[in-house]
Design a protein around this ligand. Sequence first.
Ligand code: ZN
Length: 438
Amino acid sequence: MLPGWVQSLIISIYNTYQYKVRHGGQYKQLRAVYKSFDKLDKPEWSKLQQDKLEKFLLFATSNSAWYAGCKNKLLSEFPILEKEDLINYLDKIQTITDSKGLVSYTGGTTGASMKVVYTKKDIQERYAILDNFRSLHGYELGKRTAWFSGKDLVTQKDVDSGICFRDDWINKIRFFSTFHINEKNFVTYWNALCDFKPEFIVGFPSSVFLICKMAKERGATYPGLVKVFFPTAETVLAEHRAVIEEVLGCNLRDQYASSEGAPFILECKESNKHIHPLTGIFEVVDDDFNPCIRGQLLVTSFTTHGTPLIRYKIGDSVALSSRQHCSCGSTFPIVDSIDGRSNDFLVSPEYGQVNLGNISNSTKGVDGIICFQIVQRTLDEIEIFVVPGPKFNSFQKEKFISALRARMGAEVRFVFNLVKSIPTEKSGKFRIVKNLID
Ligand SMILES: [Zn+2]
């Protein structure tokens, strides 16, 4: 393996190169366009949205074999696009070859590995949207940023010698490994974060949460001031938000998008989540696909020219808000909540689906749980893995178990394990709930 400083040098150069691809072409112009969108009133953006939709549907029906039969149809007449379709018929759906576009792999939560192809312009537009959002909250490239993404950057040997990150010196980004965050390595991570003193943090909320939770357990105080934490990829739980904001003193500003290319929902300064109506169409429907206020999402995304997503059943659900106004000044629609991937739940023979939020709430009022994971393979049994902190004892265990019992019902067998650490997924993400029922 190359010495750490060589790896940091490579990362600095590679990251700068990648930045140029994502931020080349029409990026600059698109940034300005999206900045101007933020000021539009509802009649203005509604009309623009309709124009963008018509153009996008025309493009898809003219360039994708999958949609060729839908020419001149209204959006509501298009077929629902399922994940299985994306996996099985990608070659028919995509409008450009893999080599002409940019391929993005998404580690589907079901274990199925999915892939989509973007055009370069799609990517530049998505970064323009994301960067415009982050800049509203003060972030620009070049400001000191700690990044917690899925990359396997270091070995346990590195961590043992005090290195759990690689630096991009050019852009002042410290990339932390999300693979080694555990009790044993806490001090290394905490010191690296305290020394670096980032102004911003970007990355998996579960990773940042874990570090903050361990710091809180130990009564450690953070010596710097993080302005904003931008979570990526995972659902942010209420507990994540509370602990991270408390320990780092920062605001958390969430975004909803996905590696398949979903349109965006972005959190504003007033902590409201606004649908960005010029990134796509969000249809909220019930199980019979009729429009409703709280239900599953069908997304049509204007930044998916490479692999058009039209009425794509993405597997998340939202609740639309009745509020029409936000004091941030935006007229974009507000959603009250976004519920994560629908397979992030356990199944109780008595109560049916028990969602992730409810499972994670089981630790409320329980001291000493650093992190936990529940694996369900059959309907009648769950395996519980807990990484205990110093305050965890049999009393706390009973509290946790009885909270879980209340949610899962009396018929489920609990297999309880205390462990030193819980491995993350291949993608580097941590999952609280693994539903492996066939
Ligand atoms: Zn707002």
